[in-house]
Ligand binder design. Structure first.
Ligand code: AMP
Length: 200
């Protein structure tokens, strides 16, 4: 009998305002895997003023990507931690097709592969309303509808090639991100089960 691959080596992708962070931590709990957000790692390093943080900050402040060499090394190192042996959920990486190729290389090197790529899908008009509400609650009046719409467009443009790549490989699972948090979590679990990824 062949041993089915029930590992959870996962990516999560979704526009700002789709509740990605919340779902990522729930998925991590359910599948007993670490949720690894490159943005969070960079921000922690900026806060603690490490060498990586100082470098990353110069790009983040300008709204640019941290260079691939730096980001790739960071992810390669993080995936060697023992907690990622049986799986992981990457959030915010890969962001470019070059990063996706790099990730393939790391996984291949260990005889592994991705099991699924979760795309949280949300209607742009609903997302804009959510983000506007959040901005007013947080007193961020610079987050106007125009700024938010632009951010969503940039996201869609940058993500499209990656989504195409994973769709072609049959890895993409699209999940409606709107609705109650629990409902979305259930939808994700059902979509992953359909790809053979089951809870720990
Ligand atoms: P995020 O919280 O995912 O939006 O990331 C915040 C910032 O960190 C981004 O605007 C980038 O400057 C940097 N960053 C995070 N992930 C990556 C990545 N995969 N490649 C390059 N830069 C990244």
């Amino acid at each position: 009998m062949t041993d089915p691959d029930t590992s959870a080596r996962l990516l999560i992708v979704g526009p700002p305002g789709a509740g990605k962070g919340t779902q990522a931590s729930r998925i991590a709990d359910t599948y007993a895997i670490p949720a690894i957000s490159t943005g969070d790692i960079f921000r922690e390093n900026v806060r603690s003023e490490t060498e990586l943080g100082v470098l990353a900050k110069s790009f983040m402040d300008r709204g640019e990507y941290v260079p691939d060499e730096v980001t790739n090394d960071l992810v390669a190192d993080r995936l060697t931690w023992a907690d990622a042996d049986g799986g992981f959920l990457l959030d915010g990486f890969p962001r470019t097709t070059a990063q996706a190729a790099f990730l393939d290389g790391i996984l291949d090197g260990h005889g592994h592969h991705l099991n699924a790529v979760i795309e949280l899908v949300a209607d742009p008009d609903e997302t804009v309303q959510r983000l506007l509400k959040r901005a007013s609650e947080q007193g961020r009046s610079d987050d106007t509808e125009e700024v938010i719409r632009h951010r969503l467009e940039v996201y869609a443009r940058q993500t499209a090639p990656l989504l195409d790549l994973y769709e072609e490989r049959g890895l993409l699972v699209q999940v409606d991100g709107l609705g109650a948090v629990d409902e979305v979590t259930e939808r994700i679990a059902a979509a992953l089960a359909a790809k053979g990824v089951t809870a720990a």
